[in-house]
Ligand binder design. Structure first.
Ligand code: KIV
Ligand code: ZN
Length: 505
């Protein structure tokens, strides 16, 4: 039976989304969730790009052992050595090298001739094979490259030892029939193509990344490169959840197998959205808030009578099943532990204790806690960064007739730092100004501030995501608390702690 391999590049191309920057621990958390979903390959980063990228690839290769881990490199010795250094502790890691092959890229970017590009590609594949036989070669901008040159180059790199040949539509220029035909032509004109897996990597500039990837599959591609929620350079990459659910829902048409556990999709999507600070549009296919909602009375009536009248997928198949068990202040440690397990989390004992204490505090304020509330508490703990500054307390006075004023007390190691009071345009502005004046960093720019109510009701947790620009780089902070000023202060401080953590690397 034909199998399609899912190669996830959320942590490499996805992280190239403007304004996204993840620290190694966050990348590890996403990689672990990708492993739970059973993707076939995780591209963990581009190790030569920065120290942080190198650390992330190494951390993931050393710790996620059930999935093949790939690292990206250009076709030069320094890149390849650095990528291998990061990958070598993993189980059968993959070296992924790329070189541009289109006339535009060769002439203006590389300033190389076709013959020079071919020679460099072959030499680089041979250089990789001193480390591993698990080598993927990508012809950057393949969809705008000359066919005859691609055929010659692919034949040569396969002879040199490449195991996977990737055809990127780097600038999202291709359209489905044309892209499918390119894959067909490559299969028919490269004599040794049967020795490799043919892969595709599409960008979404014309909104066609998923359609192009599916057209390629119909024409013989057997690996698809994707990113969660379709994030990535410019308009993004092929959306993982859309390709996987298309192949699963339309198995009658494609007759192809995939190995993914689709019930992990929703959690993966939320995790990536939260950690990257990139919201998912409400009408986004599969994972958008509205994807399984029915507004029209006729549709609602149909679904009540028979779900398949207006639903082609079961919400449960992507993990959208609402956990009906509700916890409250009388729930004990044992019930809470079972609940956390049922949600799919394995927490270290001290993290569990922290989450349990937070749960008890929250249960005193809010009568019934659902799975969404509990996940928010767990996420507060497991995604928090090292606390260089801890919030001891925040006190805000505000109203329509008073000047909003905030008093803040922070702790740094064992030292308590306090500021008397700062006023601002509103309670949040006053709080952030007070934090700034305690820590003494003055080049902080607030890029975005988003607040959402988790579940309904006035006692819902306020989920705050903040993006800051500090020294020209973006840092994200988040927190979910019943008090939105407190949540905002915690999120703001988390982004600052993330900046300090990255500056110290
Ligand atoms: O879009 C692209 O061409 C890429 C390659 C590095 C695979 O991301
Ligand atoms: Zn790309």
């Amino acid at each position: 039976m034909d199998i399609i391999k899912i190669f996830d590049t959320t942590l490499r191309d996805g992280e190239q989304s403007p304004g996204v920057s993840l620290i190694p621990e966050e990348k590890l958390a996403i990689a672990q969730q990708l492993a739970r979903m059973k993707v076939d390959v995780i591209e963990a980063g581009f190790p030569i790009a920065s120290n942080g990228d190198f650390q992330s690839v190494k951390l993931i290769a050393d710790n996620v052992r059930t999935v093949e881990i790939a690292g990206l490199a250009r076709c030069n010795v320094k890149d390849i050595d650095r990528a291998w250094e990061a990958l070598k502790g993993g189980e059968n890691p993959r070296l992924h090298i790329f070189l541009a092959t289109s006339p535009i890229h060769m002439k203006y970017k590389l300033k190389m001739t076709e013959e020079e590009v071919l020679e460099r590609a072959v030499e680089s594949v041979k250089y990789c094979s001193r480390y591993t036989s698990n080598i993927e070669f990508s012809a950057e901008d393949a969809s705008r490259s000359e066919r005859e040159f691609l055929y010659r180059l692919f034949e040569a790199v396969i002879k040199a030892g490449a195991r996977v040949i990737n055809i990127p539509d780097t600038v999202g220029y291709a359209v489905p029939l044309e892209f499918g035909l390119l894959i067909k032509d490559i299969r028919e004109n490269v004599p040794n193509i049967d020795q490799v897996t043919l892969s595709v990597h599409c960008h979404n500039d014309l909104g066609l990344a998923v359609a192009n990837s599916l057209a390629a599959i119909e024409n013989g591609a057997r690996q698809v490169e994707v990113a969660v929620n379709g994030i990535g350079e410019r308009a993004g990459n092929t959306a993982l959840e859309e390709v996987v659910m298309a192949l699963r829902t339309r198995k009658d048409y494609y007759n192809l197998n995939i190995s993914q556990d689709t019930t992990q999709i929703m959690r993966l999507s939320k995790m990536v959205s939260k950690l990257t600070g990139m919201p998912v549009q409400h009408n986004k296919a599969i994972v958008g808030k509205n994807a399984f909602l029915h507004e029209s009375g006729i549709h609602q009536d149909g679904v009540i009578k028979e779900r398949s009248t207006y639903e082609i997928m079961d919400a449960k198949s992507i993990g959208l099943e609402e956990n009906t068990l509700v916890l409250g202040k009388h729930s004990g440690r044992h019930a809470f532990r079972e609940y956390v397990k049922e949600l799919g989390y394995e927490l270290e004992e001290d993290t569990f204790e922290e989450v349990f204490n937070r749960f008890k505090e929250l249960a005193d304020k809010k009568k019934k806690l659902s799975s969404v509330d509990i996940e928010a508490l767990i996420n507060n703990e497991i995604y928090s960064v090292e606390a260089y500054y801890e919030l001891e307390y925040v006190c805000v006075s505000t109203g329509n007739t008073v000047l909003p004023t905030a008093t803040i007390k922070l702790k740094k190691e064992d030292q308590i730092m306090q500021v008397a009071a700062c006023s601002g345009d509103g309670p949040i502005d006053a709080t952030f100004k007070a934090i700034n004046s305690v820590i003494g960093i003055d080049n902080i720019k607030l890029l975005s501030f988003k607040i959402d109510a988790i579940t309904g009701g006035t006692d819902a947790l306020g989920d705050v995501v903040i993006k800051l620009d500090i020294d020209g780089k973006t840092f994200i902070g988040h927190s979910a608390q019943p008090d939105i000023t407190y949540a905002s202060a915690l999120a703001y401080l988390e982004a600052i702690n993330r900046y300090i953590s990255v500056s110290q690397q």
